[in-house]
Design a protein around this ligand. Structure first.
Ligand SMILES: [Zn+2]
Length: 146
């Protein structure tokens, strides 16, 4: 299922827009390496099918993610001599699920987890953390459709 309004569903347009090259695909997933920017080897792993957000992931893409993600990240790590591969999923700009896979080496352009929070961010109240943890625990205790 392809959504004509979605850039990532129009994969040739997406490759041109992001200046990226498709380097691997299987029946459900494709991996494209971005050919510019500060991070060498940065890649997008995305399903062929239009799945808007990680919370929508289902079907064979959900069943195969557990083998695809370690396969492509291990290959990227070896090929780029990276210490590790950072995995980012945001969904703020392109509503077609994609994993931003970033090879990381000490001293490179990536700041990792701490860089995801504004430097001036205020610590949330302990009660808010406890409430969120309890709500998530409760949500997972109830059988879901996914
Ligand atoms: Zn799409």
């Amino acid at each position: 299922m392809v959504n004509d309004e979605c850039l990532l569903c129009r994969v040739s347009d997406a490759d041109a827009f992001f200046n990226r090259r498709r380097v691997w695909q299987n029946e459900y997933w494709r991996l494209s390496v971005v050919l510019h920017g500060a991070v060498v080897g940065l890649a997008h792993l995305e399903p062929h099918r239009h799945i808007p957000f990680i919370t929508d992931l289902d079907g064979p893409e959900a069943a195969t993610l557990g083998t695809v993600l370690p396969r492509v990240t291990a290959a990227m790590r070896r090929a780029t001599a990276a210490d590790k591969i950072y995995v980012y999923v945001f969904g703020d700009r392109v509503p077609h699920l994609h994993f931003n896979l970033a090879p990381h080496r000490p001293g490179d352009a990536l700041v990792g987890g701490p860089g995801l929070v504004r430097p001036d961010a205020v610590e949330a109240e302990a009660r808010a953390h406890e409430t969120a943890a309890a709500a998530i625990q409760h949500a997972l205790a109830v059988p879901s459709v996914n």
